[in-house]
Each structure stands twice: as structure tokens, then as C-alpha cells.
Design a protein around this ligand. Structure first.
Ligand code: SF4
Length: 429
């Protein structure tokens, strides 16, 4: 077995200019990312500085989550705060004091900005600096924006990781080359990748976000990093400002994407092809078999992807290349050209690409195309289902472990399931 030829010449680079739309869009705000981030970094607490709407969103998006000690909460901005009758900074300081004195397990407090905190121009960066003077070094305080003003939900993670990169210590001048994997993945997936890297002889590997805030890796000119999530444009800028160099590859989704991703790292460490094939071969075989199980359901099905998670180009590539689905339109909230290029290089020119959203126009395009499956946000999913169309909520892609060889079958199943369900309903009716 050998790595696939991923050159644009081999795959037919998608040369068509994307359709840029700037109208009404339907996406969750960046606060939503706290739902997976608070599970990832286990000594952090995410304190949303927002309104009751923000608190309700978090509670309903997070579902029924009962913790003895929760790891996120909302400092509610009341009406008198909005009217400028109270000093929000004093109120915030006293909320933080109470929280940290009651919860010694919190090692990193993350102040998360919202639409209301932005509207009243509450400067959470300065608040974090002020609070750090009181609580550091035992506890670190940092901030990022999760506001829904012109953002989409995965940007919450992008903003959080950007803030973390600013906190990472600098490597010493004599530090050996190190590898940083950037983007939140399930712990079980990180462990799988770590084992593969170790088998390939690559030992110095760190993940961002780290599982504990006290384990933030060092960064410098000898750091090479590779993205595990495609929605990290601002983090990329910050990593490069700190001197790190990016390894370009498609996202590690599906057998082909995972192999290309691992091969890009292996090339940097001069891992011979036969060793690479021997280490990755069994995983590749398992992934192929698992995806093949869903091929009958997905092959030839026409799929339309609305802009939501920013994972859309990678998902379109996986569905087209590994399950034989036909992609009609790939919408993405933002088109980070450098990040998405390896995905589009693997898609045919016939795929329409759109950036941003003008939701009514896009709904009309989708209805006219009459796809077999629509990948979209929750707000569009239910109305489309009511029209008798099969949908997949794209937010599930960030809540489910989908990266790597062992999850390739689960990834295919996410898209096969709604088609299977609809087929059963049609037979039943
Ligand atoms: Fe709504 Fe903005 Fe709060 Fe998100 S941050 S829940 S969009 S008010």
C-alpha cells in the first residue's frame, strides 16, 4: 500500500471561482464551542459574560448535563448593567473572586465575551490582565470572544486557541524540533494518533488544546504544527507570529485524509515509505472496510452542504472520494484558502463552492437542486425535514469523534443514517 497521489494534476483542482454571499446567515454563535472545549481542558472554567439569552443557549445546547462541579457558567449582565448604572468591572471581579475561592480545582479561568458584553464595550482582555494581577501564578485568567456578531460557532474554538497560543512559553534556543497537533479532538483519537506517531519514531508530539492548562507546550521556530481542524484561521496567524511552521495536508478525516495527513508529518521526519506503510496499513484497511459498509447507501447520492461548521470542504472531499457521493454545493462560512486548498484539490471542478451566506437564496438553490441529503445547521434542518428532505446537522461533526482510521466508519455512518431512516419511513408510509 502507498500514500495516494494528492497533486492537483492527479485529482482535478477545483478552479471555479466561489460564489461570495453576504446576506442573512443562520449559524450558532461561538459560545457553543464551550460545550466541547470544557470537556477537553479539564482544569479550566469558562465564564460567559453575557445575558440570560446566552445562559439559555448554553443550557439548551448542552442538553441535560448534571455535574457535581460544572466547568462553565454565565455571569449575567442585568438591565441596570446595560443601562450603565453599575460598574461591570467591579461586579465581574467579585463574581470571579467568589468563584475562585470556592473552586480551588480551577487552574485556568476563561472569560468568554458575548454580544451583550461587546455591545456595552466591556473590555475582557483588560479584565483578564487585571484579574491575573490578583490570581496568577496559581490561576491564570484569559479571555476570548464567543459573540455571535458576524461569527460562527467553530470560531469560538479558534478564538480560544489563539488566546492559548499567546500563553504558551517560548522554546529555548537549543530545543529540538517538536510537533504540535492543533485543534480539539476526542481524547481517544489523540491517543490513537500518539501511538501511530510513536510507532513512526516521532516522539516529541503535543496537542493543542492540552488536556490540562498547566501542560501548555512551548513554541518557537523549531515547532512544526499541523491542523486537525480546518476552522482555525486566527490560530494559524498567531502560531506563525510565534515562529511555528505549518505542515500542509487535508484534514485527517476518512482513510485517505488520515493517510495524507500522517504522510505529510512522516515526510518531515524522513520516515521511509515501507515503514510508513507497515505502520499505517492495518488502520487503513480497517478504515476502508468500515466505510465500504455504508457505500451502498451513499454512492451516487447528491449532497448539498450549507455553510455552518467550516468543516464542509473536508466533509465534501470525504463523501465524494470515499463514499462515491456526488457533491452539488459546498458552502462554508469562511474560505481560508491556504487551509482548504488540499481539500479542494481533491474535488472535481463541477462542485459549486460558496462562501458566506444569503440564506433565502441558498435555500432556493438547494430546493432547485433537489439533493438526496442536506448537511446544514439545526435551524434549517427541521424545516427541510418537514418538506420531506433528508438532513444531517453539521454540529454533530464537532461533537462526535470523527478523525482518524478507527472513526472513518462512524463518519460515513453519520451521513448514511438519515438516508436509511428516510428509506424506512417511505416504506412504512
Ligand atoms: Fe445570542 Fe450573542 Fe449570547 Fe450567542 S453571544 S447567545 S448570539 S446574545
Amino acid at each position: 500500500m502507498s500514500a495516494p497521489d494528492l497533486s492537483a494534476a492527479a485529482c482535478g483542482s477545483s478552479a471555479a471561482a466561489p460564489l461570495r454571499q453576504r446576506g442573512q446567515h443562520e449559524v450558532f454563535c461561538g459560545l457553543t464551542s464551550i460545550i466541547w472545549l470544557h470537556r477537553k481542558m479539564q482544569d479550566a472554567f469558562f465564564l460567559i459574560v453575557g445575558s440570560r439569552t446566552c445562559a439559555h443557549l448554553m443550557q439548551s445546547a448542552a442538553g441535560v448535563m448534571i455535574f457535581a462541579e460544572p466547568r462553565f457558567g454565565t455571569a449575567i449582565i442585568e438591565e441596570r448593567d446595560l443601562a450603565g448604572m453599575a460598574d461591570m468591572n467591579d461586579e465581574l471581579d467579585s463574581v470571579v473572586d467568589r468563584l475562585l475561592s470556592r473552586r480551588p480545582d480551577i487552574k485556568m479561568l476563561v472569560l468568554v465575551g458575548s454580544c451583550p458584553s461587546e455591545v456595552i464595550k466591556l473590555d475582557l482582555d483588560r479584565a483578564a490582565q487585571r484579574l491575573n494581577k490578583v490570581h496568577a501564578p496559581d490561576r491564570r485568567v484569559l479571555s476570548y470572544s464567543g459573540s455571535g456578531i458576524e461569527t460562527t460557532f467553530t470560531q469560538g474554538e479558534d478564538n480560544f486557541l489563539t488566546a492559548l497560543v499567546r500563553e504558551m512559553p517560548a522554546t529555548s534556543e537549543t530545543a529540538p524540533a517538536s510537533l504540535l497537533i492543533v485543534g480539539a479532538m476526542a481524547d481517544v483519537v489523540e491517543d490513537q494518533f500518539e501511538r501511530i506517531f510513536r510507532s513512526l519514531g516521532i516522539e516529541d508530539v503535543a496537542f493543542l488544546p492540552a488536556r490540562r492548562s498547566t501542560d501548555l507546550p512551548a513554541i518557537g521556530p523549531d515547532t512544526r504544527y499541523i491542523l486537525a481542524q480546518p476552522y482555525l484561521g486566527t490560530t494559524v496567524t498567531e502560531l506563525e507570529r510565534r515562529g511555528a511552521t505549518r505542515i500542509e495536508a487535508p484534514m485527517p478525516l476518512g482513510e485517505e485524509g488520515t493517510t495524507a495527513w500522517l504522510r505529510a508529518v512522516a515526510d518531515l521526519y524522513d520516515v521511509p515509505q515501507d515503514k510508513f506503510d507497515a505502520i499505517t496499513g492495518p488502520g487503513r484497511e480497517r478504515a476502508r472496510k468500515a466505510v465500504a459498509h455504508y457505500r451502498d447507501t451513499l454512492e451516487g447520492r447528491r449532497v448539498f452542504l450549507f455553510p455552518d461548521s467550516q468543516l464542509e470542504p473536508a466533509i465534501a472531499r470525504f463523501l465524494h472520494r470515499e463514499t462515491g457521493a456526488e457533491i452539488i454545493e459546498v458552502g462554508t462560512p469562511f474560505l481560508h484558502k491556504r487551509i482548504t486548498e488540499p481539500e479542494f484539490a481533491l474535488l472535481p471542478d463541477t462542485v459549486a463552492v460558496s462562501e458566506g451566506q444569503d440564506v433565502d437564496k441558498q435555500i432556493e438553490r438547494c430546493r432547485a437542486a433537489n439533493p438526496d441529503l442536506i448537511v446544514c445547521g439545526m435551524g434549517l434542518g427541521n424545516p427541510f425535514e418537514a418538506e420531506g428532505r433528508a438532513t444531517k446537522w453539521s454540529i454533530e461533526l464537532v461533537f462526535s469523534p470523527i478523525h482518524g482510521y478507527e472513526q472513518a466508519g462512524d463518519l460515513a455512518e453519520l451521513f448514511a443514517r438519515p438516508l436509511g431512516r428516510r428509506a424506512v419511513l417511505e416504506v412504512a408510509v
